[in-house]
Design a protein around this ligand. Sequence first.
Ligand code: DAH
Length: 354
Amino acid sequence: MDELRDKYIDAIANASDEAALEALRVQAVGKKGEVSLKMRELGKMTPEERQVAGPALNALKTEINAALAARKASLADAALEERLKTEWLDVTLPSRGRRIGTIHPVSQVTEEVTAIFADMGFSVAEGPQIDSDWYNFDALNIPGHHPARAEMDTFYMHRAEGDNRPPHVLRTHTSPVQIRHMEKHGAPCRIIAPGRVYRADYDQTHTPMFHQVEGLALDRDISMANLKWVLEAFFSAFFGTSVKTRFRASHFPFVEPGAEVDIQCSFEGGTVKVGEGDDWLEVLGSGMVHPSVLRAGGVDPDTYQGFAFGMGIDRIAMLKYGIPDLRAFFESDLRWLKHYGFSALEVPTLHGGL
Ligand code: DAH
């Protein structure tokens, strides 16, 4: 038994891997292992011999099993050590650079415009980009034969033969939101409606999709003077400098009287500077809402009156941020977006700066 112990305890302690260890286990304490065979011999012994040999053999078996378990654990530890040596990760390495997206100038300027008008009590209204020709034209006092209807380069929605739904268009301006707002909320009201509009036109200053912001203020005694004050307050806040406006009589079917509005600027050295000099730049259309338009929106023109205006968001973004070509706005060129885009943290607010 001492021989057996010497043979196995040493061998087990030196087993080089799990397979060698398993072979030793079978050889020693397996069904036909040396220790097991010895145990079978107990039957042939005298009771006196058995009393000595039995416990000794059991103790040997226990010792060998314990040695097997201990070696198994130390082999597993060693294997883990080995893995940890190769599968390590240096978490202190600097991470790979990730490109951070930017806020598009159109989104930024829309937020700026919204912040300024919100401060003057205007809320934001929305309407669909696909609208019926009634909302886009008729309700705005532009009847079927009116030249403005042709001038708008309108995209009409496809109608299959026999489809008798009223014609729908990609809205050519944000003015139809006036009608939808009046229908729903009546007067008095003070809203702006920023959003996408569509016209079939493409050159350096025109893209088939662009952005406008509509304004509408209705009450019992709103006049052209209120319009002028609101627009001057807006442009001064937007450009961060006092800006004079010039109203030129003009015609839009949905207002009477109507005016095109210019802002004061200088053109020196090929750059436009707003709020100085004695040149003028046209930036929007406006006027006193036509009685027919009020009626179409369900508002009584004998009780209420007010002003409306429509302005190109992309255009004022180009002016404020010195962006020369409108088409680049919608080309999604990452270099352009990185250059003209804004950090997501530059949220425009009146107190934080626009
Ligand atoms: N809807 C006009 C356009 O798209 C802009 C406009 C002009 C809107 C005069 C108005 C307005 O509300 O009173 O060209």
